[in-house]
Design a binder for this molecule. Sequence first.
Ligand SMILES: Cc1cc2nc3c(=O)[nH]c(=O)nc-3n(C[C@H](O)[C@H](O)[C@H](O)COP(=O)(O)OP(=O)(O)OC[C@H]3O[C@@H](n4cnc5c(N)ncnc54)[C@H](O)[C@@H]3O)c2cc1C
Length: 424
Amino acid sequence: MTDGGRHIAVIGAGIIGATTALALVRVGRRVTILDPGQPGGVQAASYGNGAFLSPASIIPVSLPGLWKKVPGFLLDSNGPLTIRLASLPRLAPWLWRFVRAGETWARVERTAAALATLLDGAQDRHAALATSIGQPELIKRKGLIYAYHDRRSFEADSTVWSLRQRHGVRLDILSVDALQERAPGLSSTYRFGVFLPDGAHCHSPGDYVRALVDGAVVEGAELLQGRATGFDVRQGRLVGLLTDAGRLDCDGAVIACGAHSADLACQVGDPIPLESERGYHVEVKTDVAMPEIPVMPQDGKMANTPTQGGFRASGQVELASRDASPDWRRADILLRALKVTWPALAVPGAIQSVERWQGNRPSTPDGRPVIGRSRACADVVHAFGHGHIGLVSAPRTAEAVADLLAGRSGDLDLSPFSPARFRR
Ligand SMILES: Cc1cc2nc3c(=O)[nH]c(=O)nc-3n(C[C@H](O)[C@H](O)[C@H](O)COP(=O)(O)OP(=O)(O)OC[C@H]3O[C@@H](n4cnc5c(N)ncnc54)[C@H](O)[C@@H]3O)c2cc1C
């Protein structure tokens, strides 16, 4: 039921828009969700991600020493991170800020502390959300495994693991036997594991987004097919949203269109350095028994996740233009890694079919999303730039946006996520 008060347009029906729309209808707002595509469809990062709901995801990608690896990223097209040479001139300013953001451990610590607040209780929040829309089975609380070849390679990551532990991430060390027991079929070259008992995963990210949007509609939201193109702001107040399907009267808006958010944000006074960290997945259908707990093999930097559609390997960071055509060789790297990691999949005939997907992580250089009121119009709120953590951090983002639009301060400190950090 709406309070007959503010009418909020939620721009984008990915996981951020879907959870935000639901949070807003639940506090009595009139809500219209706008997306040119199907909610949870293949166009969205929210469809194809690794489905990890990991409390460990508080570490940004940019870490001290990264700059030394950049030449390798340009030359090695088989690694987990690559930069398309042709995009380098356009990407350079973003890359510079990206490298700077992780230049010292003090900076990484600040980002980790901020992300820890955003991820706090994420698994409980997702479980409650899924239950509230009648789909509890979409969130699986079986924990998560990070697999290493040996203790030495784990110890090479010890700085980030102790940072995680300082922020309350609970972990159990797995011996080789315990690792095999929890992840049967994992290559025997992995002899050391970290188990996160509080970790969870989504069984079908696309279906989850669709179900959240359906839930919002059942509770009173309206879903419109269309693309937002601009804002009608008069004397500093929002009076309408301009779309390719016509004008929509509204007095509040949330920019939640992932990697496509920068143009709209710029129109309301916030030029945000937002790039696409392009990612890929392969999802295989197989009769081979795969583990029920997702595994992240640390050498391949990919998430291996049992999903409704099959066993999914997702990962790769490809820095290139958002709209460039996919380079399916990157998906093939994932497929090859999958067969090495799970040798039974390498047996001829073990894989019946493979789905390949490419999508855009909406990424800021400092690894923190942009959540806050826009500079030119307080009625327009930013909720984008979630990079590698948009799925896990969506419910808390949505609550924060609902608080902002209700004029409440909320319990999340939004200063680390403020758009003002990019203002000169
Ligand atoms: C390979 C890969 C693996 C990942 N793994 C994980 C993981 O394991 N865990 C995790 O937490 N995160 C993960 N992520 C990150 C996560 O998927 C994203 O951060 C998240 O999906 C972003 O959600 P979003 O709603 O902001 O954007 P999107 O999901 O991209 O949705 C944006 C929506 O906006 C719509 N849109 C675009 N322009 C307009 C417009 N002008 N008007 C209206 N609508 C518009 C689009 O059609 C789209 O539906 C991964 C990402 C990738 C690519």
